[in-house]
Design a binder for this molecule. Structure first.
Ligand code: BGC
Length: 470
Protein backbone atom coordinates (compact mmCIF):
# COMPACT_ATOMS: atom_id res chain seq x y z
CA UNK A 1 0.00 0.00 0.00
CA UNK A 2 2.73 2.48 0.93
CA UNK A 3 4.47 2.00 -2.45
CA UNK A 4 1.18 2.59 -4.22
CA UNK A 5 0.68 5.71 -2.11
CA UNK A 6 4.16 7.04 -2.90
CA UNK A 7 3.64 6.35 -6.60
CA UNK A 8 0.31 8.17 -6.68
CA UNK A 9 1.60 11.16 -4.71
CA UNK A 10 4.64 11.30 -7.00
CA UNK A 11 2.41 11.91 -10.04
CA UNK A 12 2.28 15.46 -8.69
CA UNK A 13 6.07 15.63 -9.08
CA UNK A 14 5.82 14.44 -12.68
CA UNK A 15 3.36 17.24 -13.45
CA UNK A 16 5.67 19.72 -11.68
CA UNK A 17 8.54 18.76 -14.03
CA UNK A 18 6.38 18.41 -17.14
CA UNK A 19 4.71 21.79 -16.76
CA UNK A 20 8.09 23.42 -15.95
CA UNK A 21 9.71 22.03 -19.08
CA UNK A 22 6.90 21.83 -21.63
CA UNK A 23 6.62 25.54 -22.26
CA UNK A 24 10.21 25.72 -23.55
CA UNK A 25 9.48 23.19 -26.27
CA UNK A 26 5.87 24.20 -27.00
CA UNK A 27 6.72 27.86 -27.38
CA UNK A 28 7.97 27.91 -31.03
CA UNK A 29 4.78 26.11 -32.16
CA UNK A 30 2.56 28.23 -29.98
CA UNK A 31 4.06 31.40 -31.43
CA UNK A 32 2.76 30.50 -34.89
CA UNK A 33 -0.84 30.74 -33.67
CA UNK A 34 -0.43 33.31 -30.91
CA UNK A 35 2.57 35.57 -31.43
CA UNK A 36 3.63 37.11 -28.10
CA UNK A 37 5.95 40.00 -27.37
CA UNK A 38 8.70 39.31 -24.80
CA UNK A 39 6.76 40.86 -21.95
CA UNK A 40 3.54 38.89 -22.52
CA UNK A 41 5.55 35.75 -23.31
CA UNK A 42 7.58 36.18 -20.15
CA UNK A 43 4.48 36.68 -18.06
CA UNK A 44 2.83 33.65 -19.62
CA UNK A 45 5.92 31.54 -18.76
CA UNK A 46 6.22 32.98 -15.27
CA UNK A 47 2.52 32.34 -14.54
CA UNK A 48 3.40 28.82 -13.34
CA UNK A 49 5.98 29.84 -10.69
CA UNK A 50 3.70 32.72 -9.73
CA UNK A 51 0.69 30.45 -9.21
CA UNK A 52 2.89 27.99 -7.33
CA UNK A 53 4.14 30.74 -5.06
CA UNK A 54 0.58 31.85 -4.24
CA UNK A 55 -0.60 28.30 -3.58
CA UNK A 56 2.46 27.40 -1.51
CA UNK A 57 1.73 30.29 0.82
CA UNK A 58 -1.76 29.03 1.62
CA UNK A 59 -1.16 25.31 1.19
CA UNK A 60 -0.19 24.77 4.82
CA UNK A 61 -3.50 26.08 6.01
CA UNK A 62 -5.48 24.09 3.44
CA UNK A 63 -3.75 20.81 4.15
CA UNK A 64 -4.04 21.24 7.93
CA UNK A 65 -7.70 22.11 7.71
CA UNK A 66 -9.01 19.70 5.10
CA UNK A 67 -6.44 16.92 5.32
CA UNK A 68 -3.55 15.81 3.13
CA UNK A 69 -5.62 13.62 0.85
CA UNK A 70 -8.35 16.14 0.11
CA UNK A 71 -5.78 18.88 -0.56
CA UNK A 72 -4.11 16.59 -3.10
CA UNK A 73 -7.48 15.81 -4.70
CA UNK A 74 -8.05 19.53 -5.15
CA UNK A 75 -4.60 19.83 -6.74
CA UNK A 76 -5.40 16.90 -9.07
CA UNK A 77 -8.62 18.59 -10.15
CA UNK A 78 -6.74 21.83 -10.82
CA UNK A 79 -4.08 19.97 -12.84
CA UNK A 80 -6.73 18.43 -15.06
CA UNK A 81 -8.66 21.67 -15.44
CA UNK A 82 -5.54 23.75 -16.18
CA UNK A 83 -4.26 21.27 -18.79
CA UNK A 84 -7.59 21.10 -20.62
CA UNK A 85 -7.92 24.87 -20.50
CA UNK A 86 -4.42 25.40 -21.88
CA UNK A 87 -5.21 22.98 -24.70
CA UNK A 88 -8.39 24.75 -25.77
CA UNK A 89 -7.52 28.45 -25.52
CA UNK A 90 -8.62 30.99 -28.11
CA UNK A 91 -6.67 33.96 -26.71
CA UNK A 92 -3.39 34.54 -24.89
CA UNK A 93 -5.01 35.74 -21.67
CA UNK A 94 -6.72 32.35 -21.41
CA UNK A 95 -3.35 30.64 -21.60
CA UNK A 96 -2.02 32.89 -18.85
CA UNK A 97 -5.04 31.97 -16.71
CA UNK A 98 -4.61 28.27 -17.48
CA UNK A 99 -0.93 28.36 -16.50
CA UNK A 100 -1.77 30.23 -13.34
CA UNK A 101 -4.19 27.41 -12.45
CA UNK A 102 -1.48 24.84 -13.24
CA UNK A 103 0.87 26.80 -10.99
CA UNK A 104 -1.69 26.73 -8.17
CA UNK A 105 -1.95 22.96 -8.57
CA UNK A 106 1.85 22.58 -8.50
CA UNK A 107 2.26 24.77 -5.42
CA UNK A 108 -0.47 23.00 -3.47
CA UNK A 109 0.87 19.59 -4.42
CA UNK A 110 4.52 20.57 -3.83
CA UNK A 111 3.74 21.15 -0.16
CA UNK A 112 1.26 18.35 0.35
CA UNK A 113 2.70 15.40 -1.59
CA UNK A 114 6.05 15.13 0.26
CA UNK A 115 4.22 15.75 3.54
CA UNK A 116 1.69 13.01 2.83
CA UNK A 117 4.41 10.52 1.87
CA UNK A 118 6.56 11.41 4.87
CA UNK A 119 3.69 11.07 7.34
CA UNK A 120 2.68 7.67 6.04
CA UNK A 121 6.06 6.07 5.29
CA UNK A 122 7.78 3.54 7.55
CA UNK A 123 10.83 5.33 8.89
CA UNK A 124 13.48 3.00 7.46
CA UNK A 125 12.57 3.96 3.90
CA UNK A 126 11.09 7.40 4.55
CA UNK A 127 13.92 9.26 2.77
CA UNK A 128 13.76 7.00 -0.26
CA UNK A 129 10.00 7.28 -0.52
CA UNK A 130 9.90 11.06 -0.24
CA UNK A 131 12.61 11.16 -2.91
CA UNK A 132 10.26 9.43 -5.36
CA UNK A 133 8.69 12.86 -5.53
CA UNK A 134 11.98 14.38 -6.74
CA UNK A 135 12.47 11.42 -9.10
CA UNK A 136 9.07 12.15 -10.61
CA UNK A 137 10.07 15.80 -11.14
CA UNK A 138 13.13 14.67 -13.08
CA UNK A 139 11.03 12.24 -15.16
CA UNK A 140 8.63 15.09 -15.98
CA UNK A 141 11.52 17.34 -17.07
CA UNK A 142 13.07 14.60 -19.22
CA UNK A 143 9.77 13.74 -20.88
CA UNK A 144 9.25 17.39 -21.80
CA UNK A 145 12.82 17.59 -23.20
CA UNK A 146 12.23 14.42 -25.24
CA UNK A 147 9.11 16.00 -26.69
CA UNK A 148 11.38 18.85 -27.80
CA UNK A 149 13.81 16.38 -29.36
CA UNK A 150 11.01 14.67 -31.31
CA UNK A 151 9.80 17.96 -32.67
CA UNK A 152 13.29 19.18 -33.56
CA UNK A 153 14.15 15.96 -35.37
CA UNK A 154 10.98 16.05 -37.45
CA UNK A 155 10.69 19.76 -38.04
CA UNK A 156 9.05 19.23 -41.46
CA UNK A 157 6.12 17.08 -40.41
CA UNK A 158 2.79 18.74 -41.11
CA UNK A 159 1.26 18.39 -37.63
CA UNK A 160 3.89 20.73 -36.24
CA UNK A 161 1.96 23.57 -37.85
CA UNK A 162 -1.35 22.23 -36.84
CA UNK A 163 -1.88 23.03 -33.20
CA UNK A 164 0.47 20.27 -32.00
CA UNK A 165 0.95 22.33 -28.88
CA UNK A 166 -2.69 21.74 -27.94
CA UNK A 167 -1.98 18.03 -27.71
CA UNK A 168 1.15 18.69 -25.64
CA UNK A 169 -0.87 20.66 -23.10
CA UNK A 170 -3.83 18.28 -23.17
CA UNK A 171 -1.56 15.34 -22.34
CA UNK A 172 -1.05 16.85 -18.89
CA UNK A 173 -4.71 16.13 -18.11
CA UNK A 174 -4.09 12.36 -18.21
CA UNK A 175 -1.70 12.15 -15.24
CA UNK A 176 -3.98 14.70 -13.52
CA UNK A 177 -6.93 12.35 -13.87
CA UNK A 178 -4.89 9.33 -12.87
CA UNK A 179 -3.73 11.22 -9.80
CA UNK A 180 -7.34 11.93 -8.76
CA UNK A 181 -8.49 8.35 -9.25
CA UNK A 182 -5.48 6.98 -7.34
CA UNK A 183 -6.22 9.25 -4.38
CA UNK A 184 -9.76 7.89 -4.12
CA UNK A 185 -8.28 4.54 -3.05
CA UNK A 186 -5.76 5.88 -0.53
CA UNK A 187 -6.16 6.37 3.24
CA UNK A 188 -5.72 9.74 4.96
CA UNK A 189 -2.48 10.35 6.89
CA UNK A 190 -2.80 8.74 10.34
CA UNK A 191 -0.80 11.62 11.86
CA UNK A 192 -3.23 14.21 10.54
CA UNK A 193 -6.20 12.13 11.73
CA UNK A 194 -4.74 12.00 15.26
CA UNK A 195 -4.17 15.74 15.18
CA UNK A 196 -7.88 16.19 14.38
CA UNK A 197 -8.94 13.76 17.10
CA UNK A 198 -10.01 10.84 14.87
CA UNK A 199 -8.13 8.12 16.76
CA UNK A 200 -10.09 5.13 15.49
CA UNK A 201 -9.77 6.23 11.87
CA UNK A 202 -6.07 6.87 12.41
CA UNK A 203 -5.53 3.32 13.64
CA UNK A 204 -7.44 1.87 10.68
CA UNK A 205 -5.42 4.02 8.32
CA UNK A 206 -2.11 2.92 9.83
CA UNK A 207 -3.23 -0.72 9.65
CA UNK A 208 -4.09 -0.33 5.98
CA UNK A 209 -0.69 1.26 5.35
CA UNK A 210 1.33 -1.34 7.22
CA UNK A 211 -0.74 -4.30 6.14
CA UNK A 212 -0.82 -6.08 9.52
CA UNK A 213 -2.82 -5.08 12.57
CA UNK A 214 -0.16 -6.38 14.95
CA UNK A 215 2.61 -4.30 13.41
CA UNK A 216 1.20 -0.89 14.26
CA UNK A 217 1.00 -0.90 18.08
CA UNK A 218 4.21 0.91 19.06
CA UNK A 219 4.16 3.27 16.12
CA UNK A 220 0.55 4.22 16.81
CA UNK A 221 1.19 4.89 20.49
CA UNK A 222 4.16 7.09 19.67
CA UNK A 223 2.14 9.19 17.22
CA UNK A 224 -0.62 9.59 19.80
CA UNK A 225 1.69 10.59 22.64
CA UNK A 226 3.47 13.20 20.50
CA UNK A 227 0.14 14.63 19.37
CA UNK A 228 -1.05 14.77 23.01
CA UNK A 229 2.06 16.65 24.08
CA UNK A 230 1.19 19.30 21.53
CA UNK A 231 -2.32 20.00 22.78
CA UNK A 232 -2.62 23.57 24.00
CA UNK A 233 0.56 24.72 22.26
CA UNK A 234 0.44 27.27 19.48
CA UNK A 235 -0.17 25.82 16.06
CA UNK A 236 -0.21 27.06 12.49
CA UNK A 237 1.84 30.00 11.25
CA UNK A 238 2.12 31.58 14.71
CA UNK A 239 4.11 28.56 15.86
CA UNK A 240 6.80 29.30 13.25
CA UNK A 241 7.75 32.43 15.18
CA UNK A 242 8.55 30.49 18.36
CA UNK A 243 12.29 30.48 19.18
CA UNK A 244 12.20 26.69 19.57
CA UNK A 245 10.83 26.13 16.09
CA UNK A 246 13.00 28.76 14.41
CA UNK A 247 15.94 26.39 13.74
CA UNK A 248 13.60 24.22 11.66
CA UNK A 249 12.35 27.25 9.71
CA UNK A 250 15.95 28.27 8.99
CA UNK A 251 16.85 24.78 7.75
CA UNK A 252 13.69 24.43 5.62
CA UNK A 253 13.83 27.84 3.95
CA UNK A 254 17.65 27.94 3.89
CA UNK A 255 18.04 24.63 2.05
CA UNK A 256 15.65 25.73 -0.69
CA UNK A 257 17.42 29.10 -0.96
CA UNK A 258 20.68 27.17 -1.47
CA UNK A 259 19.03 24.70 -3.85
CA UNK A 260 17.81 27.46 -6.12
CA UNK A 261 20.90 29.68 -5.80
CA UNK A 262 23.08 26.70 -6.71
CA UNK A 263 21.98 27.71 -10.20
CA UNK A 264 20.02 24.54 -10.99
CA UNK A 265 17.21 26.21 -12.88
CA UNK A 266 19.59 28.41 -14.85
CA UNK A 267 20.80 25.06 -16.19
CA UNK A 268 17.39 23.32 -16.42
CA UNK A 269 15.62 26.21 -18.21
CA UNK A 270 18.53 27.55 -20.24
CA UNK A 271 20.71 24.52 -20.99
CA UNK A 272 20.68 24.99 -24.79
CA UNK A 273 21.61 28.65 -24.34
CA UNK A 274 24.50 27.71 -22.02
CA UNK A 275 25.80 25.18 -24.55
CA UNK A 276 25.49 27.89 -27.19
CA UNK A 277 27.59 30.31 -25.14
CA UNK A 278 30.13 27.57 -24.56
CA UNK A 279 30.68 27.38 -28.30
CA UNK A 280 28.29 24.63 -29.41
CA UNK A 281 26.29 26.54 -31.98
CA UNK A 282 24.49 23.62 -33.62
CA UNK A 283 20.88 23.47 -32.35
CA UNK A 284 20.63 19.68 -32.55
CA UNK A 285 23.82 19.31 -30.48
CA UNK A 286 22.37 21.69 -27.93
CA UNK A 287 19.09 19.79 -27.66
CA UNK A 288 20.86 16.43 -27.52
CA UNK A 289 23.16 17.69 -24.75
CA UNK A 290 20.07 19.03 -22.97
CA UNK A 291 18.43 15.60 -23.13
CA UNK A 292 21.72 14.26 -21.75
CA UNK A 293 21.34 16.62 -18.78
CA UNK A 294 17.78 15.44 -18.19
CA UNK A 295 18.93 11.82 -18.30
CA UNK A 296 21.84 12.30 -15.87
CA UNK A 297 19.46 14.20 -13.57
CA UNK A 298 17.02 11.27 -13.54
CA UNK A 299 19.56 8.46 -13.18
CA UNK A 300 21.48 10.13 -10.36
CA UNK A 301 18.23 10.77 -8.50
CA UNK A 302 17.66 7.00 -8.53
CA UNK A 303 21.12 6.55 -7.00
CA UNK A 304 20.27 9.20 -4.39
CA UNK A 305 17.15 7.28 -3.38
CA UNK A 306 19.29 4.22 -2.75
CA UNK A 307 21.85 6.16 -0.71
CA UNK A 308 19.72 8.58 1.33
CA UNK A 309 18.67 6.22 4.11
CA UNK A 310 22.07 4.44 4.11
CA UNK A 311 24.68 7.21 3.89
CA UNK A 312 22.57 9.84 5.64
CA UNK A 313 21.42 13.35 4.80
CA UNK A 314 24.41 15.41 5.98
CA UNK A 315 27.23 13.56 4.18
CA UNK A 316 25.21 13.58 0.94
CA UNK A 317 24.51 17.30 1.26
CA UNK A 318 28.19 18.07 1.76
CA UNK A 319 29.14 15.88 -1.20
CA UNK A 320 26.57 17.73 -3.33
CA UNK A 321 27.72 21.21 -2.38
CA UNK A 322 31.40 20.33 -2.93
CA UNK A 323 30.55 18.87 -6.36
CA UNK A 324 28.33 21.73 -7.54
CA UNK A 325 30.76 24.36 -6.30
CA UNK A 326 33.78 22.75 -8.02
CA UNK A 327 31.99 22.17 -11.33
CA UNK A 328 30.49 25.66 -11.52
CA UNK A 329 33.97 27.11 -10.96
CA UNK A 330 35.46 24.80 -13.61
CA UNK A 331 32.92 26.02 -16.18
CA UNK A 332 33.60 29.65 -15.27
CA UNK A 333 37.35 29.14 -15.75
CA UNK A 334 36.80 27.28 -19.04
CA UNK A 335 34.58 30.03 -20.42
CA UNK A 336 37.15 32.71 -19.56
CA UNK A 337 40.08 30.73 -21.05
CA UNK A 338 38.73 28.98 -24.17
CA UNK A 339 42.24 28.64 -25.54
CA UNK A 340 43.50 26.72 -22.51
CA UNK A 341 40.51 24.50 -21.72
CA UNK A 342 38.99 22.25 -24.42
CA UNK A 343 35.24 22.79 -24.85
CA UNK A 344 34.27 19.20 -24.02
CA UNK A 345 35.37 19.99 -20.47
CA UNK A 346 32.33 22.25 -20.19
CA UNK A 347 29.93 19.47 -21.16
CA UNK A 348 31.57 17.03 -18.75
CA UNK A 349 31.57 19.63 -15.95
CA UNK A 350 27.90 20.42 -16.56
CA UNK A 351 27.00 16.70 -16.41
CA UNK A 352 28.98 16.35 -13.17
CA UNK A 353 27.24 19.45 -11.84
CA UNK A 354 23.83 17.89 -12.50
CA UNK A 355 24.94 14.60 -10.95
CA UNK A 356 26.18 16.42 -7.81
CA UNK A 357 22.88 18.28 -7.63
CA UNK A 358 20.67 15.26 -8.19
CA UNK A 359 22.41 13.08 -5.64
CA UNK A 360 21.90 15.63 -2.93
CA UNK A 361 20.65 19.20 -3.29
CA UNK A 362 17.76 18.04 -5.50
CA UNK A 363 15.96 15.54 -3.28
CA UNK A 364 17.23 16.45 0.20
CA UNK A 365 15.47 19.79 0.77
CA UNK A 366 12.17 18.04 -0.07
CA UNK A 367 13.01 15.15 2.26
CA UNK A 368 14.22 17.32 5.14
CA UNK A 369 11.37 19.81 4.96
CA UNK A 370 8.95 16.95 5.50
CA UNK A 371 10.87 15.72 8.55
CA UNK A 372 12.03 18.69 10.60
CA UNK A 373 8.83 20.50 11.61
CA UNK A 374 6.80 19.50 14.66
CA UNK A 375 3.39 18.07 13.80
CA UNK A 376 1.44 21.17 14.81
CA UNK A 377 3.54 23.39 12.51
CA UNK A 378 4.29 20.89 9.76
CA UNK A 379 1.84 22.27 7.18
CA UNK A 380 2.80 25.95 7.63
CA UNK A 381 6.49 25.07 8.01
CA UNK A 382 6.48 23.24 4.70
CA UNK A 383 4.56 26.12 3.14
CA UNK A 384 7.33 28.43 4.28
CA UNK A 385 10.00 26.18 2.77
CA UNK A 386 8.05 25.97 -0.50
CA UNK A 387 7.67 29.74 -0.65
CA UNK A 388 11.46 29.91 -0.47
CA UNK A 389 11.66 27.27 -3.23
CA UNK A 390 9.33 29.04 -5.65
CA UNK A 391 10.33 32.58 -4.74
CA UNK A 392 14.04 31.94 -5.42
CA UNK A 393 13.19 29.76 -8.41
CA UNK A 394 11.43 32.77 -9.88
CA UNK A 395 14.32 35.11 -9.00
CA UNK A 396 16.95 32.91 -10.67
CA UNK A 397 14.92 32.14 -13.79
CA UNK A 398 13.94 35.77 -14.20
CA UNK A 399 17.40 37.28 -13.61
CA UNK A 400 19.60 34.73 -15.39
CA UNK A 401 19.13 36.20 -18.90
CA UNK A 402 19.90 39.65 -17.45
CA UNK A 403 23.01 38.29 -15.72
CA UNK A 404 24.17 36.72 -19.00
CA UNK A 405 23.68 40.01 -20.83
CA UNK A 406 25.37 42.02 -18.06
CA UNK A 407 28.22 40.53 -15.99
CA UNK A 408 28.29 37.37 -18.13
CA UNK A 409 28.33 33.60 -17.74
CA UNK A 410 31.68 33.25 -15.95
CA UNK A 411 30.79 35.78 -13.28
CA UNK A 412 27.33 34.28 -12.71
CA UNK A 413 28.67 30.74 -12.40
CA UNK A 414 31.39 31.90 -10.01
CA UNK A 415 28.64 33.43 -7.88
CA UNK A 416 26.73 30.13 -7.89
CA UNK A 417 29.98 28.37 -6.94
CA UNK A 418 30.54 30.64 -3.94
CA UNK A 419 26.96 30.14 -2.75
CA UNK A 420 27.44 26.37 -2.92
CA UNK A 421 30.53 26.75 -0.72
CA UNK A 422 28.27 28.54 1.75
CA UNK A 423 26.03 25.47 1.58
CA UNK A 424 28.78 23.36 3.14
CA UNK A 425 29.02 25.68 6.14
CA UNK A 426 25.23 25.83 6.42
CA UNK A 427 25.01 22.03 6.45
CA UNK A 428 27.70 21.65 9.09
CA UNK A 429 26.27 24.26 11.43
CA UNK A 430 22.50 24.05 10.89
CA UNK A 431 21.28 20.78 9.42
CA UNK A 432 20.37 17.86 11.73
CA UNK A 433 20.97 14.25 10.71
CA UNK A 434 17.47 12.83 10.57
CA UNK A 435 18.43 9.40 9.24
CA UNK A 436 17.27 6.63 11.57
CA UNK A 437 15.03 8.86 13.70
CA UNK A 438 11.24 8.77 13.79
CA UNK A 439 9.43 12.05 13.08
CA UNK A 440 8.50 12.09 16.76
CA UNK A 441 12.15 11.70 17.84
CA UNK A 442 13.20 14.58 15.58
CA UNK A 443 10.46 16.69 17.13
CA UNK A 444 11.63 15.81 20.61
CA UNK A 445 15.16 16.86 19.78
CA UNK A 446 13.90 20.20 18.45
CA UNK A 447 11.87 20.74 21.62
CA UNK A 448 14.85 19.91 23.82
CA UNK A 449 16.43 23.25 22.88
CA UNK A 450 19.80 21.61 22.03
CA UNK A 451 21.43 22.90 18.83
CA UNK A 452 19.35 21.44 16.00
CA UNK A 453 22.44 20.33 14.05
CA UNK A 454 23.65 18.27 17.02
CA UNK A 455 21.15 15.51 16.16
CA UNK A 456 23.35 12.72 14.88
CA UNK A 457 22.78 9.55 13.04
CA UNK A 458 21.54 6.50 14.91
CA UNK A 459 22.51 3.06 13.74
CA UNK A 460 19.59 1.54 15.55
CA UNK A 461 16.25 3.27 15.47
CA UNK A 462 15.65 5.55 18.44
CA UNK A 463 12.16 6.28 19.61
CA UNK A 464 11.03 9.61 21.00
CA UNK A 465 10.96 8.10 24.49
CA UNK A 466 14.61 7.04 24.23
CA UNK A 467 15.67 10.50 23.12
CA UNK A 468 13.74 12.04 26.00
CA UNK A 469 15.47 9.74 28.48
CA UNK A 470 18.98 10.74 27.30
C1 BGC B 1 13.83 21.81 -7.71
C2 BGC B 1 13.41 22.35 -9.05
C3 BGC B 1 14.37 21.85 -10.11
C4 BGC B 1 14.47 20.34 -10.07
C5 BGC B 1 15.49 19.80 -11.03
C6 BGC B 1 13.86 20.31 -7.78
O1 BGC B 1 14.22 19.78 -6.54
O2 BGC B 1 12.95 22.25 -6.68
O3 BGC B 1 13.39 23.75 -9.01
O4 BGC B 1 13.96 22.25 -11.39
O5 BGC B 1 14.78 19.90 -8.76
O6 BGC B 1 15.55 18.40 -11.01
Amino acid sequence: MIYFLAAVAAIAGFLFGYDEGIIAVARPLLDKDFPMDPLVGGFMTAAVPLGALIAASIAGRITDRFGRRRALMAAAALFTLGSLMAASITAVWMLILARLILGLAIGLAAVTAPLYISETAPLRIRGALVSTYQLAITVGILVSYLTGLAIDAEADIPWNDDGMWRLMFALGALPGLLFFVGLVFLPESPRWLILKGFAAEARTSLQRLRGAASAVGGEFDEIVSTARAEVGKKSGYKALLEPKIRPAVIVGAGLFFLQQLSGINAVIYYAPEIFNRAGFDNTSTQILATVGIGTVNLLTTVLAMYLIDKVGRRPLLILGFVGTSATMLTIAVAVVNPALVPSWVIIVALMLYIASFAISIGPLPHVLMSEIFPLRARGPGMSMASISNWGFNFVVVFTFPLMLAGPGLAFTFTLFSVICLGGIIFTLTRVPETTGHSLEAIEDHLNSGKPFASLRREVHVRTAAEIRRK
